[in-house]
Design a protein around this ligand. Sequence first.
Ligand code: URA
Length: 260
Amino acid sequence: MVTNSVRPELGESLVAYLEDLQESGLDGIPAAFAAPGLSDESARKTAPAGQDAVNKVPVAPLSANKPETLEQIRKNLGDCQRCKLGATRKNLVFGVGNPKARLVFVGEGPGADEDEKGEPFVGDAGRMLNRIITAMEIKREDVYICNVVKCRPPQNRNPEGDEIAACSPFLLRQLRSVRPEVIVAPGKFASQTLLDTKEPISKLRGKFRDFHGVPLMPTYHPSYLLRTGGNSDSFWDVWGDMVQVLQLLKLPVPEKSRKK
Ligand code: URA
């Protein structure tokens, strides 16, 4: 039994989470409780004072043996008010797709359409993402799609550090549950946040990076492709990135040629 008598400020949700982990037989916890970046290392560096004891517990890799189910994680989020986005959102956007997907897309955060429907990537950017997924000859329902933050930031501003910190443990738990073989991070914000770097997306994209032991491919955001056009250099850069993803997954690479 995990009690919060020593650390009451950690709150009910953390205690429930630790209990869930205990019940599922997991012997480690993610360190990124309060980190703006989601790397375990950055979590250790930026964890609030007094959290050292938590961070000394071995960190569960993304490939933890007995992961929680997505339903358990969603239940634990509840009517989440852990950050200020809870007060302004219409719907919490948890994630959608195959709970055992080999490929996961992690975007920035919900926009207006996603907030309305409670599903990630359903607006214009979503249609562009669907186009990319279709070009890869895979189905949207076969991948898993989620975001760095689960609630829409007002006026579509970038999520702030405290919002990312509140949401990041849940994203890590989702990724541990799905256990993808490859993660794609569309856009500067998701790529820089997940990799805890300020490197520009133009430099990040096109090369696999490590995210908790899983290869992560940074690429341009579908919204950016909407601005540059469906036959732009950027569009074909993204296609090149997706070809690498397909190759890593040992899936057939469809033949595509650029229209002049
Ligand atoms: N952009 C994102 O990054 N995520 C969404 O869910 C929608 C648009």
